[in-house]
Design a protein around this ligand. Sequence first.
Ligand code: URA
Length: 206
Amino acid sequence: MKVIELDHPLKEHYLTILRDKNTDFDTFRISASKLSYLLVVESTKHLSLKNKEIDTPLVKTMGSEIENNSVAISVLRAGLGLVDGVKELIPNVSFGYIGVQRNENTAEPENYYEKLPELTDKNVFILEPMLATGGSLSFAIETVKKYNPKNIHALTVIASPEGVEAIKKAHSDITLITASIDETLNEQWYIVPGLGDMGDRLFGTT
Ligand code: URA
């Protein structure tokens, strides 16, 4: 598995705002959105181009356009926090949604919601901001793989070393792009130092 950890001063700036427990909801949402652009730029380097002839005000010239074959899948609900960069930067991207929860009896992840566009032969971007144990991301990747996508890139804001190892073991064929690989997971499976519960902080719940 290829793992890319962003290395950019803007990433440090916005991630610090997200980590700060005194950041208000509006600022948190705006900073998550800004960070999503940095993650999207890094994770779209493989997208293919086709030639396009255009007229500049002076001459004909050859340009390029991105082929329309990308799909972004938000893992509900925190994945919604990364949608902005995807929809603003990737032309004609389609969106899908997967809701994953732990079955209270079996402790296995299962989906409570799924709405997916065509995935076969697509560049798929899975938006799962907090990679803790890797359970829900792994579940989302397995769901996507059933449809034979062209490739899978997972975008996370913060990953735990444990989560990265779990995904490496289960899905060595994907690429993981993260703003930070943090120190560890605590006993409640929160990432440390982390930023707390991403969904709560995005949507103002507790
Ligand atoms: N999900 C979160 O929102 N935060 C964590 O630290 C771990 C999982």
